[in-house]
Structures are given as C-alpha cells and as structure tokens.
Design a protein around this ligand. Sequence first.
Ligand SMILES: C[S@@+](CC[C@H](N)C(=O)[O-])C[C@H]1O[C@@H](n2cnc3c(N)ncnc32)[C@H](O)[C@@H]1O
Ligand SMILES: C[S@@+](CC[C@H](N)C(=O)[O-])C[C@H]1O[C@@H](n2cnc3c(N)ncnc32)[C@H](O)[C@@H]1O
Lengths: 122, 122
Amino acid sequence: EETPFVANVMQEAVTCSESEAVQAIAERIVTRSVNHIVVVDGNGKLTGIVTSWDITRALAQGKTALADIVTRRVITAKLNEPLETASKRMAQHNISALPVIDNEKKVLGIVTAEDVSKLLGR
Amino acid sequence: EETPFVANVMQEAVTCSESEAVQAIAERIVTRSVNHIVVVDGNGKLTGIVTSWDITRALAQGKTALADIVTRRVITAKLNEPLETASKRMAQHNISALPVIDNEKKVLGIVTAEDVSKLLGR
Ligand SMILES: C[S@@+](CC[C@H](N)C(=O)[O-])C[C@H]1O[C@@H](n2cnc3c(N)ncnc32)[C@H](O)[C@@H]1O
Ligand SMILES: C[S@@+](CC[C@H](N)C(=O)[O-])C[C@H]1O[C@@H](n2cnc3c(N)ncnc32)[C@H](O)[C@@H]1O
C-alpha cells in the first residue's frame, strides 16, 4: 500500500474575504455544500477559518459579525506531508479540516476528515 | 491489519426530541462540540438527523422550526458492518456521519468521518 500524501486528497478551498457578512458565508456553505470556509486576504493568504459549527455557535449566542466568530489561530497542512500526519493533527485538535498552505501562507486547498474517510471506502 | 468494524469506532450519539427548538439544538451542538444531532422519539428510535450544516442553512434561509430543517430520510449503519462499508456509504451520499441502529431502529450510537479519519492517524 502506498502512503498517501495531503496533495493526493486535497480539494479546492471555498473561501471568503474579511469584509463578508455572516449571512453571505452561511449561503456559501449551503450552495457549495461544504462545512469549512477559509478566510483569505486580498492576496489569497490565510487569515482565518469559519465553519458551519461556528455559524451554529453564532446562532446559539446571538452573534452576527464575522469578526466575532472567525477562528484566527488556524491549524494547517503542507502539500507534501503524509496524510497520516494530517489526520493525527486533526484528531489532536478535535477539528475536521486543515487548510493547505505554502511557505508564504497562500491557500492552496483544504483537506477534510471526509476526504480521508473516502480513502478508506475506496 | 485487522478489518475494523463500525462497533470499533462508534461514539455515543448526541440526541434531541421532536419537540425541541432550533435554538436549543444549536446550543447542544456547541456544548457537546459535535456536528450531528440524532432526532429520536420517546422510545429512543430514530426519526431524523440535524447537523450544523442544517442550522447554517436555516440561518441562510430564515427558517426557525425544527420540522423545517430536520432530514427525515436518514442513511444509517449497523454495529457489525465493516467500517469500509460505512465509509463508502458516507462518500456515496456526501454525508459525514451515520447513526448506528438496531433492527428496531433504536439508536445505538453514531459513526462519523472524523472517527474514521482518526483511525488513519492512530
Ligand atoms: C473544535 S471543533 C468541534 C466540532 C468538530 N470537531 C468540528 O471540527 O467541526 C469546531 C471549531 O474548530 C474550528 N476549526 C475548524 N478547523 C480548524 C482549523 N484548521 N484550525 C483551527 N480551528 C479550526 C472551527 O472554527 C470551530 O470553532
Ligand atoms: C449533504 S451534506 C453536505 C455537507 C457535508 N458533506 C456534510 O456532511 O455536512 C449535508 C446534509 O446531509 C444531511 N445528513 C447528514 N448525515 C446524514 C445521514 N446520516 N443521513 C441522511 N442525511 C444526512 C444533513 O442533515 C444535511 O442536510
């Protein structure tokens, strides 16, 4: 069995900018049928992550601004890492996705627990 | 390598009843740090599923009643199934969790893509 790498299961990251409203981000989660939106700056560099879990927490706590719900300290992955390492990192932090970035924090894609699970089912 | 079964990675399902408000379900998603709430009747039998994705869609579409957002046709798993089969089923339906039920639809637990991914990282 070959060792899979992050690059083998990475998908395109669905992104948003800092200036977008929570309502617009919620609509993107629905239309793109994903749970993770990666927040980027004007150069496509990583500035945060917002998930359907964060939107749920915003509803539970009556928060409405993106700045109040976005996670800033983002756990990430690199293209050439073994997928096993990425899975371990997700498990350690109890999270279900890792944005994949280059050395300048440019967002290249995203790897999710769903993509890893699909590997077992292949 | 032994073949893992659903029973090996299954977790306790976090549940709600049909009479609960969306706000209360959103709060449970946050306090239990999960993405999936299994809807059960008074005998603990499966009647639906609500996820943080559904709550996000409710926000995007201005829906507020549980009956408007719950998914009724639930894809499930059995305790003694190979995990590979459960992963395939999740992948086929683009979903990230399967409630585990017995032959009378009693909810025994839940298996998620996150739990499957953890197996790779072990
Ligand atoms: C701790 S998890 C708990 C629920 C579930 N395990 C999940 O991943 O959705 C939910 C939180 O993790 C955060 N999160 C998701 N992916 C992340 C990542 N790569 N780095 C940092 N935080 C992340 C979300 O922003 C959200 O606040
Ligand atoms: C189609 S998925 C798309 C987003 C992402 N793949 C995920 O699983 O969250 C989202 C929808 O799947 C539904 N869903 C989740 N688990 C399910 C299950 N076991 N059976 C049927 N529907 C399920 C949710 O209720 C929600 O409406």
